[in-house]
Design a binder for this molecule. Structure first.
Ligand code: COA
Length: 162
């Protein structure tokens, strides 16, 4: 039987789960920057075995962004990523935000599917974001990750609008 997973805010005296966060973002500098501006949530089982993490940052009035979302490789494909996104949407609603944003690479096809399944819609492309922000070229699914696909979910329109 699968262990029960709980999502919780990282405790103040707890080290950020960098190994996990690096699954979604190779830049330690960028991770540290958004950790300082936002809040890190972890999904852990009842023995506090951390399986996934996400960082949520208030970016503009009424807007929060999921800056990092990462599920441990041996725990992927079990619905944890989707649960974290749903949790972020719930938190955003509690904080009276109007919009939840997320960005992903032009090469991150599976992630794009996941976000669309969670109700996010594409709002734009930040061309060459990954070329500007990362020293080393990133390759995924056989192509270079250059552009960031920007997506958002309008909480006032309802989470199910696809
Ligand atoms: N290809 C196709 N579909 C995918 C997918 C993939 N790579 N990853 C998730 N999905 C779909 C699932 O089929 C599932 O659909 P369903 O609800 O209809 O069954 C849905 O998205 C939820 O999947 P889930 O099991 O919750 O995903 P996960 O727990 O594996 O988490 C990631 C997804 C992307 C967060 C996880 O794979 C991960 O941490 N990857 C490495 C880091 C990363 O890329 N982070 C995102 C940076 S933008």
């Amino acid at each position: 039987m699968e262990a029960e997973i709980q999502i919780r805010l990282l405790a103040e005296d707890e080290a950020p789960p960098f190994a996990l966060l690096h699954l979604a973002d190779p830049s330690r500098t960028l991770i540290e920057q958004y950790l300082a501006r936002g809040q890190c949530y972890v999904a852990a089982d009842d023995r506090n075995d951390v399986r996934a993490a996400m960082v949520i940052v208030p970016t503009r009035p009424d807007t929060v962004e999921i800056m990092n979302l990462a599920v441990r490789e041996d725990c992927q494909g079990k619905g944890i990523g989707k649960r974290l996104i749903q949790y972020a949407i719930h938190l955003a609603g509690e904080r009276n935000a109007k919009t939840v944003e997320i960005g992903t690479g032009n090469s991150s096809i599976g992630q794009l599917l996941l976000y669309r399944k969670c109700g996010f819609r594409i709002t734009g492309i930040d061309r060459d974001f990954f070329v500007r922000q990362y020293e080393e070229a990133i390759y995924e699914n056989g192509i270079q990750c250059r552009d960031m696909i920007r997506l958002s979910l309008d909480l006032e329109l309802g989470k199910t609008e696809m």
